[in-house]
Design a protein around this ligand. Structure first.
Ligand code: GAR
Length: 208
């Protein structure tokens, strides 16, 4: 059974999807053992507490730079004996001290079809604002491994979602969460926990 540590910053609907998937048996061979928040007021913390999952709060504002912050998170991940780290609406780019220590053990959900609308500055609602500004007819979500570059690690799963005329960023965000993120994130976690993801030449391949 793998220890899954989930990093959050906000509402935590993706965390909720993971909790529900663990309860219903969609996640095989993995258990959420800790939730770490960069934001003391994140509603995600309530979701963890309601499900008796231990929490840690490591506020970003207590650290002067990304490197010292990442070292504090790294200490917590080591103490929790994390086998898999899931960034579920975690709004901070982690320093390579973490991505190197947990190579191919950190996954992130991004609310667009990478390589579109991703990288530094593309997070949360901004991603959907940019997609609507561009006028794309299809967007979606991506689950990928995390490396030292923002949103640039090997892609594990993607799911496309239709953009409809009249969509606002909020409406599109909700559709992408419901139809894509809340499905492919638990699927990817389960695949990882069952050792069903192979890495060949820097690309991820899912085994049946
Ligand atoms: C989700 O849409 C997630 O994909 C996105 O923020 C939202 C968090 O919602 N993450 C990023 O943009 C990271 N680059 P949640 O807190 O309800 O899961």
């Amino acid at each position: 059974m793998k220890n899954i540590v989930v990093l959050v910053s906000g509402g935590g609907t993706n965390l909720q999807a993971l909790i529900d998937a663990e309860k219903s048996g969609i996640i095989k061979n993995g258990k959420i053992t800790c939730v770490i928040s960069s934001n003391p007021d994140a509603y995600a913390l309530e979701r963890a507490k309601n499900n008796n999952i231990p929490t840690r709060i490591i506020p970003r504002k207590n650290y002067s730079d990304s490197v010292s912050y990442s070292h504090a998170v790294l200490d917590a991940l080591n103490a929790e004996k994390a086998d898999l780290i899931v960034l579920a609406g975690f709004m901070i780019i982690l320093d390579e001290c973490i991505t190197k220590a947990y190579d191919y053990k950190i996954i992130n959900v991004h609310p667009a079809l990478i390589p579109s609308f991703c990288g530094e500055g593309y997070y949360g609602l901004k991603v959907h604002e940019k997609a609507l500004e561009y006028g794309v007819k299809v967007s979606g979500a991506t689950v990928h491994f995390v490396n030292e570059k923002a949103d640039a690690g090997a892609i594990i799963l993607q799911k496309a979602v239709e953009v409809k005329s009249g969509d606002t960023p909020e409406v599109l965000q909700k559709r992408i969460m419901e139809q894509a993120e809340w499905k492919i994130l638990p699927q990817a976690v389960s695949l990882f926990c069952q050792d069903k993801i192979d890495i060949i030449d820097g690309k991820a391949y899912v085994r049946d």
